[in-house]
Design a binder for this molecule. Structure first.
Ligand SMILES: [Ca+2]
Ligand SMILES: [Ca+2]
Length: 426
């Protein structure tokens, strides 16, 4: 390359606006117009500039490649949903000091670029590959936050058949994973990244059985709690042998009702299982809350997605079963009384907020007191909470601080419920 010796002339670097990933040098003896469709970025100080010293007719041209926008972990490209395909050049990517070492291949941290994916509530299987890239990639998945990562189990691959990579890992609902692509030989190049996600399958509830003509039975059920489930399977087993179920219908065509003809020779039980394009879900749980085993010859591979937490009401109100994830106290209650999280949150469950969680938050703990012990208000009367509390928490607090029973039940009175009574207001 021959240059006109012009002192302190800057070579114009241009970036193709559409990709923002490729940097090309344009020989120039001064600023010159850019071709149509090209733009010049705001170049960082020093980088991307080549100055002639006015002496040489030619000199080495040093190009600085622009780094891709997701070069750094903190600027990871967010994958909003799967499937997705992303294309970019990683030739200008760099290594951050906090880049983790991939636990596969040669552990290269060169030319790293980053992606971030959060699994849908159903959970499922995340599959990512770099097929179609033109360099030797290493793909690794990480949980945690930038700089403090833990390698995701099974989430690293160097070569999957070719020098490109593929991982396929189970991911719980709501889990965020970071994906790092690095270059085995430190070169980078044109990266093609494919992301797929197969959701787990959810639960079916509310199975109802009716009689139909000719001894047939009609089965009906509520739609799966997972929107990604679009179909249902029916399994049948022999009553008394509670794990004998085998496929009866592998697809109801999406319908939430079907008709079955029971065999005359044995009494049968039926299980309805939600499914999506890839997986089938729960066969239901037995009375002990244990997931029933799948059929020995299932219609589909099983992947349990569960359902979002059922938190339709507070723990002080009766109603539908609560999910242990709704509330720390609900988790404590259900640990000793599974009924509360499986069938219904009845008055026993509400009373267990006091007896199990030792919380005075529910009205049942107030006895004949004018207001809750956890609320400020007028002075309370000794023994007003006795029953149900023995000994009376109000009496104990007023013995220590008479103001609470003679003047006001103020925030000080509330604040000693833990220390004086060993109870709480959670
Ligand atoms: Ca990087
Ligand atoms: Ca590789």
């Amino acid at each position: 390359m021959t240059w006109s010796p012009v002192r302190r002339t800057h070579v114009v670097l241009a970036v193709l606006a559409a990709s923002a990933h490729s940097v090309v040098a344009m020989p120039a003896s001064g600023p010159r117009p850019l071709p149509t469709g090209w733009t010049s970025p705001a170049l960082p100080n020093g980088s991307g500039e080549v100055a002639s010293d006015g002496e040489a007719a030619s000199f080495p041209l040093e190009l600085v490649l622009a780094s891709p926008p997701d070069d750094n972990c903190s600027a990871a490209t967010v994958i909003p949903a799967a499937p997705q395909t992303d294309f970019q050049s990683t030739a200008g990517a760099t290594t951050e000091g906090t880049d983790p070492t991939p636990p596969c291949g040669n552990g290269s941290e060169a030319k790293t670029v980053w992606y971030r994916f959060t699994a849908p509530a159903s959970g499922g299987a995340l599959t990512v590959d770099t097929f179609g890239s033109d360099y030797d990639t290493i793909l690794s998945a990480w949980s945690g936050v930038c700089g403090q990562f833990t390698a995701w189990p099974g989430g690293c691959n160097d070569d999957f058949g070719t020098s490109q990579s593929q991982i396929s890992v189970p991911v719980p609902g709501g889990q965020t994973l970071y994906l790092m692509v690095s270059a085995y030989f430190g070169d980078g190049g044109s990266l093609v990244l494919h992301i797929y996600f197969n959701p787990n399958s959810g639960d079916v509830s509310g199975l109802r059985v009716g009689k139909a003509a000719g001894g047939d039975l009609t089965l009906a059920w509520n739609p799966s709690c997972q929107g990604s489930d679009t179909d249902y399977e029916v399994y049948r087993g022999v009553i008394g042998s509670w794990t004998s179920h085998t496929p009866s219908i592998c697809s109801t065509g999406g319908a939430t009702t079907t008709t079955v003809t029971p065999p005359a020779s044995a009494q049968s039980y039926y299980l309805v299982v939600a499914r999506n394009a890839t997986y089938e879900g729960s066969y239901g749980r037995d009375r002990a809350g244990v997931e029933r085993p799948p059929s020995v010859a299932p219609c589909l591979t099983r992947a349990l997605g569960g359902c979002p937490p059922q938190c339709a009401h507070g723990k002080c109100a009766t109603g539908a079963a609560l999910d242990a994830a709704c509330d720390a106290c609900a988790a404590q209650v259900c640990a000793v009384d599974p009924f509360c999280c499986q069938l219904a949150w009845d008055s026993t469950c509400v009373s267990e907020v006091r007896t199990v969680c030792r919380s005075l938050i529910c009205a049942g703990s107030w006895g004949t007191c004018a207001h809750g012990l956890c609320e400020t208000g007028g002075a309370l009367r000794a023994e007003c909470d006795n029953p149900p509390l023995t000994p009376s928490c109000v009496t104990a607090i007023c013995s220590a601080d008479g103001f609470c029973c003679s003047n006001l039940w103020d925030s000080t009175c509330v604040s000693v419920i833990g220390t004086v009574c060993g109870m709480n207001c959670d």
